[in-house]
Ligand binder design. Structure first.
Ligand SMILES: Nc1ncnc2c1ncn2[C@@H]1O[C@H](COP(=O)(O)OP(=O)(O)O)[C@@H](O)[C@H]1O
Ligand SMILES: [Mg+2]
Length: 266
C-alpha cells in the first residue's frame, strides 16, 4: 500500500487459519492499521490481493463484511446517539434482507425481520455482558464498554474472521483481562481472530501465532515463544525481553492486582 512516495505496507504475505488467534504487533506507524484497512476494503491496495476462504475479495467494505470479515476500529466508531441495542442492530444489516435504511427507517419489511434480529442482537449483548444496558445511549457508556459494544456490533454481521484494532487501548488491567477472556470465548465460537495490540502480555497470553511489522514489512512471524525470543524483535520493538509472570497463568478474577505492560501512545 503506497501513499504517494510512502510505502506504508510492503509485500506483507499473511494467512490466518480457521480456529486461530493471531497477533499483529509493531511500533507506531509500522502499518498495522493500514494493513487492516487493506483487508477490509477501506483502502484499495496499490498491489496485491486479499482472499477469504479461497475467493479474492473486491476492495469494498460492505462486500468484505458480507463475505465474513468484521472489524473494530482503533478509534472507536459507534453511533453515539443511538442506543446500545440499535448499534448492534446496525451491525446486522449485511445479514438481514431488508438492509440498513429499512432498519433505520422502520419500514414494513423491517417489521418482519425485526424480531429475529433483535433476539440475535440481545444474545450478543448477553455474550459481551451489556444486555442490561440495551437502552442506554452509546455515548453514555464508559470507555471500556464502548470497546465491548464495538465488538458486539462486529459480531452481529456473523463473521468467520474478526479483526480487532487495539481492543484494550485505554483499558485498565482488569478490563484488559476480561477482554482476553472475551477473545478466547469468540475463538471458541469458531471465529478466527486477528488482533493488533501494544500490550505484550495480552498478545503473548492470547495468540497462537504473532507477526511483527516494522516499517511496513513483516520482520518475523511465529509462535509467541519464537517471537519473544527473536533478537531482531527485541531490538526493533520490545526493547527488553517479555518475562511471563505467575499471574499470567491465573484466571481474570484472581488477577486484579496484576500490572500490565501498557502500550505506547495510540
Ligand atoms: N490515508 C493515508 N494517507 C497517507 N499516509 C497514511 C494513510 N494512512 C496511513 N498512512 C501512513 O502509513 C503509515 C502507517 O500508519 P498506520 O497503519 O496507522 O500505522 P500503525 O497502525 O502501525 O501505527 C504511517 O506513516 C501513516 O502516516
Ligand atoms: Mg494503528
Amino acid at each position: 500500500m503506497r501513499f504517494g512516495g510512502l510505502t506504508a505496507v510492503r509485500s506483507v504475505d499473511f494467512t490466518v487459519n480457521a480456529g486461530e488467534i493471531v497477533g499483529l504487533i509493531g511500533p507506531n506507524g509500522a502499518g498495522k492499521t493500514t494493513f487492516f484497512n487493506c483487508l477490509t476494503g477501506l483502502y484499495v491496495p496499490t498491489e496485491g490481493t486479499v482472499s477469504y476462504q479461497g475467493t479474492v475479495l473486491p476492495p469494498k467494505p460492505h462486500l468484505v463484511t458480507k463475505a465474513g470479515i468484521a472489524r473494530t476500529f482503533q478509534n472507536i466508531r459507534l453511533f453515539a446517539n443511538m442506543t446500545v441495542l440499535e448499534n448492534v442492530l446496525v451491525g446486522r444489516h449485511t445479514r438481514t434482507k431488508e438492509g440498513l435504511w429499512s432498519a433505520l427507517l422502520r419500514g414494513p419489511g423491517f417489521k418482519r425481520a425485526e424480531k429475529a434480529s433483535e433476539e440475535r442482537a440481545m444474545e450478543l449483548l448477553e455474550f459481551i455482558g451489556l444486555a442490561h444496558k440495551r437502552d442506554h445511549l452509546a455515548r453514555n457508556l464508559p470507555y471500556g464498554e464502548q470497546r465491548k459494544l464495538e465488538i458486539a456490533r462486529a459480531l452481529a454481521s456473523e463473521p468467520g474472521l474478526l479483526l480487532l484494532d487495539e481492543p484494550t487501548a485505554g483499558m485498565n488491567p482488569q478490563e484488559t483481562r476480561a477482554t482476553e477472556e472475551l477473545v478466547f470465548a469468540i475463538r471458541d465460537k469458531g471465529i478466527a481472530v486477528l488482533v493488533i495490540e501494544h500490550d505484550m502480555r495480552f498478545i503473548f497470553n492470547l495468540c497462537d501465532r504473532v507477526a511483527v511489522l516494522v516499517q511496513g514489512e513483516k520482520l518475523v512471524e511465529g509462535t509467541s515463544d519464537v517471537v519473544q525470543a527473536d533478537e531482531r524483535v527485541v531490538a526493533a520493538y520490545l526493547g527488553e525481553p517479555f518475562e511471563p509472570t505467575p499471574e499470567d497463568t491465573q484466571p481474570a478474577a484472581e488477577a486484579e492486582s496484576t500490572t500490565s505492560t501498557k502500550g505506547e501512545a495510540q
